[in-house]
Unconditional design. Sequence first.
Length: 68
Amino acid sequence: MGIDVGGTFTDLALLDAGGGVHVFKVASTPTEPALGVVNVIEYAAQALRMSCSSLLSKCALFVHGSTI
């Protein structure tokens, strides 16, 4: 799972166990960038029909970057 916090959007890309790539995007929160990270994880979990804790527990590698 890789997350990039940008000035406008916070993006999450993940590679699933089957080799599928999933990309998610939410609005960034410039005054509190960590909130954008939480929001995009919640959005991805909802889109994948799982809980945040389930999504994160299946994560073998978490990479964070920022372009702000």
